[in-house]
Design a protein around this ligand. Structure first.
Ligand SMILES: Nc1nc2c(c(=O)[nH]1)N[C@H]1C(S)=C(S)[C@@H](COP(=O)(O)O)O[C@H]1N2
Ligand SMILES: [Mo]
Length: 303
């Protein structure tokens, strides 16, 4: 019987892990020639070949989740108090079946195999994370995307009683993000529900958060309670806070510098003292998969 969560793609088809590893290996090979000159590059290159996931410790203690404070260690300290059951996600706007979707029920109907694994890296500190989750496209299919929809907007829970960071106006709460519909429907776009085969820790965005592997980390909105299909480009928290520094698209693009720093290289978190900086890859290494989404667009304007 066809299950509505059945993924027609096998993990091998959709997980660019293999392709990603190959690409990194090639990069390491190329870099290795020049890199041998500098001793510091050696451990970095060896690491790139295996691309081991970061440790549970790295992933769960070095976080960005401003609702729990702006320090990287704050979410791990403060997010424990967040209540994540029951959890419902309102899906509204240009959909056939708007409503409040019970997240635990949705998850209960999925087999473990349907919650596939993916990897990602994130902006200035980059991490390799074995995610569990399902395609955002699957969730949107439940609600039935209507003809005129062009964008998807997302909102995080706003619950001041459990979110001490929201007492400060660092961002205009609730946290908001958005994607163009074709980006949202891309099979790489993940609704993450777990890491390392376990449910998501609160600090990483329990019970469900977005992961867009070719974009900067801030697009990966956590603890989602609302998804709206719209025909106009949604507002996003970081763009609202500082439009000059944070655009709607937020694609990883080493050629476009952040106004205050270069983005041409990255250092993997947890790589150790001697880990060199790797060249940041266009679209975070997923160029082959996603570049066509931006054909004809000037990515220095649409950053
Ligand atoms: N609701 C919410 N989502 C958020 C953030 C946030 O502050 N609030 N920070 C973003 C940023 S800047 C990053 S880099 C990633 C970090 O995800 P991680 O802590 O799981 O590595 O979450 C993103 N999602
Ligand atoms: Mo970030």
């Amino acid at each position: 019987m066809a299950h509505r969560w059945t993924n027609t793609l096998s993990a091998a088809d959709v997980t660019p892990k293999q392709a990603y590893l190959n690409r990194r290996q090639i990069m390491a090979g190329l870099g290795g020639m020049a890199g041998l000159a500098g001793l510091g590059a050696l451990p970095g290159a060896a690491q790139a070949e295996t691309l081991e996931p970061n440790s549970w410790e790295d992933v769960t203690t070095y976080c960005n989740y401003y609702e729990f404070g702006t320090g990287k260690g704050d979410p791990a300290k403060n997010a424990g108090q967040l209540t994540t059951t029951p959890w419902s996600v309102k899906i509204d706007g240009l959909v056939d079946r708007p409503g409040d979707y019970d997240f635990q029920k949705i998850l209960g109907e999925m087999t473990l195999e349907e919650r596939i694994y993916r990897f990602r890296c994130v902006e200035a500190w980059s991490m390799v994370v074995p995610w569990m989750g399902f395609e955002l496209a699957d969730l949107l299919a439940l609600a039935g995307v209507q003809e005129g929809a062009k964008y998807v907007s997302f909102e995080t829970l706003y619950r001041p009683s459990e979110m001490p960071g929201t007492a400060y106006p660092v961002l205009d709460w609730p946290y908001r993000e958005g994607l163009r519909l074709d980006e949202a429907l891309h099979p790489l776009t993940l609704m993450a529900t777990g890491i390392f085969g376990k449910d998501l820790p609160n600090q990483n965005g329990a019970p469900l958060r977005l992961v867009v592997p070719w974009k900067y980390g801030f697009k990966s909105i956590k603890s989602i309670v609302r998804i709206s299909l719209t025909d106009t480009q949604p507002q996003t928290s970081w763009n609202m806070a500082n439009a000059r520094e944070y655009g709607f698209y937020s694609n990883v693009n080493p050629k476009v510098s952040h106004p205050r720093w270069s983005q041409a290289t990255e250092r993997r978190l947890g790589g150790g003292l001697f880990a060199g900086r790797d060249d940041t890859l266009m679209f975070n290494g997923y160029e082959e998969e996603v570049a066509s989404l931006y054909d004809g667009m000037d990515l220095t304007k649409h950053f």
